[in-house]
Design a protein around this ligand. Structure first.
Ligand code: NAD
Ligand code: GLY
Length: 362
């Protein structure tokens, strides 16, 4: 088992990564402050892992809430169900919300924990690769608004993250690949040697070779932890973690949430951001081509869907990184080095998006 610390003073917490952790009471229960736990999961994950988690927490007063699966349910209405369950259980401020599932469950359970009685403890038990390398760590919680992804939310750090790597054994291939998009992201924005490693080990990762998968999770969590420690609330450098997300969120929102997986949209978004970096003269075209090959090797999409460029630009303008009406983009200077900028002519971005989408349509 690997343990990584996220150092945030009084809000510091461990990330435990390893096989069999769902059954280890000492790991799962260690951080829980009181007796009351609400396990929030969904109807896909519940039959696989809910009973095991409840057995491991047999010393606690555990209630369960099983939500419908899917990004389309990542709404305020679903969060209200979680809040109702907390109220109806008579839980007080020392209760803990345990999120068992992927990023959708984690983001909603975390947001409910942030809101209930102005904030109660929240334990992340991520069961997708994407959640184990990204959404489970860092305390961003949110739901979608029809006009914008993750528009309503709060920063609320978990008390611990318990990533049982065995749970990835039941993950569909498409979801595994979506998680790899976020893993590639870390290499692209801040760790070129990790990107080299990913290039060499992609087939082992796709074959779910345990040591390779464990290292990819560990390195991703180490990198994310360092960024979150420097800039917990995204006043500065944390924004680089959104590489590919401004373009990707537009794809997700315009395709209807759930059609494109988040990781798939991020994969294409990263390539669009890299291409725009080339257009801006910041990045060498060979580097962008190399990133494309890595994304392709992970079995991820590399072209956006056919969408109208005006709608695409409008969707990008709803991104949370927009400040003072300017869309701030995460661009690459080289593989392993990203920068956040709004220093580009707006019409240049418009032309770039139009060309990129026209290429797909033609
Ligand atoms: P998800 O939560 O929808 O999970 C993907 C699918 O896999 C779902 O059908 C789920 O039920 C199923 N599943 C989960 N674990 C499984 C398992 N072990 N075996 C079989 N099936 C399993 O999607 P995701 O990719 O985990 O997360 C995407 C969400 O995370 C998006 O809403 C995105 O906005 C959010 N996100 C948040 C952050 C953050 O920092 N908070 C970061 C990245 C992404
Ligand atoms: N996934 C982006 C972040 O956590 O900041």
């Amino acid at each position: 088992m690997t343990k990584i610390e996220v150092g945030l003073g009084s809000r510091s917490y461990p990330i435990h990564i390893g096989p069999g952790l769902l059954d280890r009471t000492e790991t799962l229960a260690a951080a829980i402050p009181g007796r009351d736990v609400l396990v929030v999961t969904n109807d896909v994950v519940a039959p696989l892992y809910l009973e095991r988690v409840c057995n491991t927490l047999s010393g606690f007063r555990v209630r369960q809430l099983v939500l419908p699966d899917g990004e389309a349910h990542k709404t305020l209405a679903t969060v209200e169900k979680i809040l109702d369950a907390l109220v109806n259980s008579g839980y007080s401020r020392d209760a803990t919300v345990l999120a068992l599932g992927g990023g959708v469950v984690g983001d909603m359970a975390g947001f409910a924990a942030a809101c209930y009685q102005r904030g109660i403890a929240f334990l992340q038990v991520p069961t997708t690769l994407l959640a184990q390398v990204d959404s489970g760590v860092g305390g961003k919680t949110a739901v979608n608004h029809p006009q914008g992804k993750n528009m309503i939310g709060a920063f609320h750090q978990p008390i611990a993250v318990v990533a049982d790597t065995d749970t990835l054994g039941t993950l569909p291939d498409r979801e595994l690949k979506a998680g790899l998009a976020e893993v590639i992201k870390y290499g692209a924005i801040m760790d070129r040697p990790f990107l080299d490693w990913l290039e060499l080990n992609m087939s082992d990762l796709l074959a779910r070779q345990p040591a390779a998968v464990a290292y990819a999770i560990q390195r991703s969590c180490e990198l994310k932890a360092r960024v979150v420690e420097m800039d917990e609330r995204e006043h500065g450098c944390r924004a680089i973690l959104n590489f590919g997300h401004t373009f990707g969120h537009a794809i997700e929102a315009l395709s209807g949430y759930g059609q494109w997986l988040h990781g798939e949209a991020v994969a294409v978004g990263m390539l669009m951001a890299a291409d725009f970096s080339v257009t801006r003269g910041m990045l060498n075209a060979d580097e962008a081509a190399r990133l494309r090959r890595v994304v392709e090797a992970a079995g991820l999409p590399v072209t956006p869907p056919a969408l109208a460029s005006s709608a695409f630009m409008q969707a990008m303008a709803h991104d949370k990184k927009v400040l003072g009406g300017r869309i701030r983009l995460v661009l690459l200077r080289q593989l392993g080095e990203a920068t956040v900028t709004d220093d580009y002519p707006a019409d240049e971005l418009g032309r770039f998006v139009t060309n990129a989408l026209e290429e797909v349509a033609s």
